[in-house]
Design a binder for this molecule. Structure first.
Ligand code: WT7
Length: 636
């Protein structure tokens, strides 16, 4: 590779990677790969897919005959667990660490590829013996502990479809997801440590199961050892099941051969209207997408120690805590608890302790830790770091610069990755050899066709804001909304035929760099967590005092966006501070602590259209003292 002697001039604040970063990168010449994928999309993805193993090769890379129900690697037989575990344990990697885990209370556990694979085998035998088979849905509701990985991988291994529900969600959110997926089995823990407290997961499961009849069994991992209710015949301890004589029969743990297009998991995410939707991903395309994007963007090398601070309960955790790193044969670190417990240098101390080399986190976490000052990171030797990353919401340049200077010591390029639950993997992102600009996610990943269009679907000019769309399919894309193909078409493919509507607004600068502005629908990104106004509002109205409510997101210094609620009370209830506090607690109890509203305002009426739709945009403008815009349809 020859470094381009005359790099293109770029505008604005530009950070160019050092020559050694470019020369040693997995993708040292990004322009060549962008060009390759632009020339031959299917050829590019076929090349990447053949870096993995297939039980039977595909007949066709891409079948678009039923679009927008695109299919990838059609006719291929595979299983993501074969590529994540089985193929590694045949090599020297059997002795390599797959996972290093630290509990919030200081517990430490490590798993080699061999050890992880063995646990997954044992648990897959347990699952099969409990009657879980190919295609069955299993809900996983766990703290950040190694058994979360084991549960996900064991499901995938036997062809069951996992539905992980984030451990920070609560009763109603969990109940809705168990019921919609009709899960036979729930895998949970007695609790988990978070920010110095115990989150009582099993108790929440018990409460959620009172509201439904679908789940037959619950498997409980002992994490905290605090007493929990175990219902005879329904609830079983993980450690007892996994040590039963049947699990010694490891011959029965072979990995199920799946069609490339067979479902791997569903993951619920909030959308514009109504209940959260179950985004469905498959074994074949998803494994290729997450494997290739992680390898190229975070440049994983055999000797790296990778830390993605997300939770396995979100897509970031699925793709870049569990599957992506294992597909790459990498060593990951996972931490159970809160970033500033017991002190604001907990994360920095673990980077030093475990020699983390690639570190991927969120703008909210950076802004939160930034407030404590640089004395905290400065106490620790962070020189093992070589690459940093950010995800989940736009990163403000101030936080970017702080991260770059005080964590990366000006030596580590920052990969700001834009993507979604639906996209499965990175879509707009730099690679280490691509110059970066603070606040911009840089350029589309090879083969990704991004555009920014106006209301009519026409591309806007550089510098102008518009709707972000994707004009070509990609392997890790969602295949449908589980049980609701119409909603899939309606949500993503109906505004502009032939284009996937992301739900974000963005602009592109004169250098072709993308700047994501934020959601343009009723999704609120609180601290980077995706919540829907519909789900939040239904949590509010399940309280007897609430007649009607409207929820909006307003800018917040640390959280990026925070939840503000306007509440109309039922007759007989009077506004008070105490009632506001009670409602905040109620929403946190039903949805989870992340959904706790920042502010509640009691009102007598809400701005609505004549057809009765709440005009959240008017509320937002009023709250920020901005122009209320076109009010011709308003009827208060
Ligand atoms: C939404 C998707 C992608 C994994 C975690 C979130 C926002 C995500 C960025 C970024 C600006 C971002 C968008 C997107 N978002 N990454 N780098 N810069 N915004 O997945 O929960 O499905 O949320 O997160 O608004 O649409 P998700």
């Amino acid at each position: 590779m020859t470094a381009n002697p005359n790099p293109e001039p770029l505008h604005g604040e530009v950070y160019r990677p050092a020559p050694h970063v470019v020369l040693s990168a997995n993708v040292p010449d990004p322009e060549a790969v962008y060009a390759e994928a632009a020339r031959d999309l299917e050829g590019y993805w076929a090349r990447r897919a053949s870096e993995l193993e297939w039980f039977k090769p595909w007949d066709r890379v891409l079948d678009d005959s039923k679009k927008p129900f695109y299919q990838w690697f059609v006719g291929g037989k595979t299983n993501i667990v074969h590529n994540a575990l089985d193929r590694h344990v045949r090599t020297w990697r059997r002795n390599k660490l797959a996972l290093i885990w630290e509990g919030e209370n200081g517990d430490l556990r490590t798993f080699s590829y061999h050890a992880l694979s063995r646990e997954v085998c044992k648990f897959s035998v347990v699952l099969r013996s409990m009657g879980v088979s190919k295609g069955d849905r299993v809900t996983i509701y766990m703290p950040r502990i190694p058994e979360t990985w084991i549960a996900m991988l064991a499901c995938a291994k036997i062809g069951a479809v996992h539905s992980v529900v984030y451990g920070g969600f609560s009763v109603e959110a969990l109940h809705g997801r168990i019921e919609d997926s009709a899960s036979k089995l729930i895998i949970t823990a007695d609790g988990g440590y978070m920010g110095g407290k115990v989150v009582e997961l099993k108790q929440i499961v018990d409460e959620a199961l009172k509201r439904t009849a679908v789940a037959e069994n619950v498997i409980v991992v002992k994490r905290t050892g605090k007493p929990v209710n175990m219902e005879a015949g329904r609830d079983f301890w993980y450690h007892e099941l996994i040590n039963l004589p049947l699990t010694r029969n490891m011959g029965k743990c072979e990995t199920e051969a799946m069609d490339a297009e067979d479902p791997l998991f569903i993951l619920y995410t909030s959308g514009t209207t109504g209940k959260p939707k179950a985004v469905l991903h498959t074994h074949g395309g998803y494994q290729v997408g997450v494997y290739a994007t992680l390898k190229d963007v975070f440049d994983l090398k055999e000797e790296d120690r990778w830390w993605c601070t997300a939770d396995p309960g979100w897509i970031t955790g699925h793709s870049y805590i569990v599957y992506g790193p294992l597909l790459n044969g990498a060593t990951s670190f996972m931490y159970e608890g809160g970033p500033s417990y017991p002190f604001p240098d907990r994360w920095w101390s673990m980077i030093a302790k475990y020699g983390i080399s690639v570190f991927y986190t969120t703008p909210t976490a950076i802004r939160g830790l930034m407030r404590f000052g640089e004395a905290w990171p400065n106490r620790h030797d962070l020189s093992s770091l070589r690459l940093l990353g950010s995800v989940g919401e736009p990163i403000n340049p101030e936080a970017w610069r702080w991260f770059h200077k005080h964590i990366g010591k000006e030596q580590c390029p920052i990969m700001d990755t834009w993507w979604q639950t639906e996209t499965g993997g990175f879509m707009i992102t730099p690679m280490p050899a691509v110059p970066t600009k603070p606040g911009s996610a840089a350029k589309p990943y090879p083969g990704v066709a991004v555009d920014i269009v106006d209301e009519q679907g026409k591309p806007v000019k550089p510098g102008e804001e518009g709707f972000l769309v994707l004009k070509k399919p990609w392997p890790a894309m969602l295949r449908t909304i589980y049980k609701d193909p119409e909603r899939y078409v309606q949500t993503y493919w109906s505004k502009y035929p032939g284009m996937y509507l992301a739900g974000d607004s963005a602009r592109r600068d004169e250098d072709g760099y993308f700047w994501i502005i934020g959601r343009v629908d009723d999704v609120i990104k609180v601290s980077g967590y995706r919540l829907g106004t519909a789900e939040l509002e239904s949590a509010f109205v399940s309280h007897p005092a609430v007649a009607e409510t409207a929820v909006i997101g307003l800018p917040h210094e640390v959280k990026g966006i925070a939840i503000h609620a306007y509440v109309i009370l039922r007759a007989g209830y009077e506004p008070s501070e105490a009632l506001a506090e009670e409602l905040r607690k109620h929403v946190a109890h039903e949805m989870g602590p992340i959904a706790k509203p920042e502010k509640i305002e009691f009102v007598k009426s809400l701005p609505k259209t004549r057809s009765g739709k709440i005009m959240r945009r008017v509320l937002k403008a009023r709250a920020q003292g901005l122009s209320e815009g076109d009010l011709s349809t308003l009827e208060e």
